[in-house]
Design a protein around this ligand. Structure first.
Ligand code: CO
Length: 134
């Protein structure tokens, strides 16, 4: 079911500071910020060749990463995103196996314009998993 690692996501308290660190200190290529209101985050992607790093900052009230940043005020690893060929088939297979899909269980459009779903971290050893249709 799992394809390649699309990205590793880090929640950060200050996106501009994180972009400056990745761009200037680490010398990486960083995309322009993208506000994803439906997901309650502003994102950039850092291109590291074999995969990407997604930097996430809360956007608006009730952001799904607000509680994470309260627990991890300097930021931290938030989720891993794996590609799947068929996101609905993957969802149905995972649900049949007892894994919990977050939200209403229907894919939302993610930062790359493709459908995404999130899987409960307690079902995957404490790590939130995002699935993205490849
Ligand atoms: Co992501």
């Amino acid at each position: 079911m799992l394809g390649r690692l699309n990205h590793v996501a880090l929640a950060v308290p200050d996106l501009a500071a994180a972009v400056a660190a990745y761009r200037n200190t680490l010398g990486a290529e960083v995309t322009a910020p993208q506000a994803l209101r439906e997901h309650g985050v502003t994102v950039v992607f850092v291109n590291v060749g074999n995969t990407k790093v997604e930097l996430l900052e809360p956007l608006g009230e009730g952001s799904p990463i607000a509680a994470f940043l309260e627990k991890n005020p300097s930021g931290g690893m938030h989720h891993l995103c794996y590609e799947v060929d068929d996101i609905l088939a993957a969802r149905d297979q995972l649900k049949a196996a007892g894994a919990r899909v977050l939200g209403d269980g229907n894919p939302k459009i993610g930062a790359h314009g493709k459908p995404v779903l999130f899987l409960h971290p307690k079902d995957f050893f404490g790590t939130l998993i995002e699935l993205e249709q490849s």
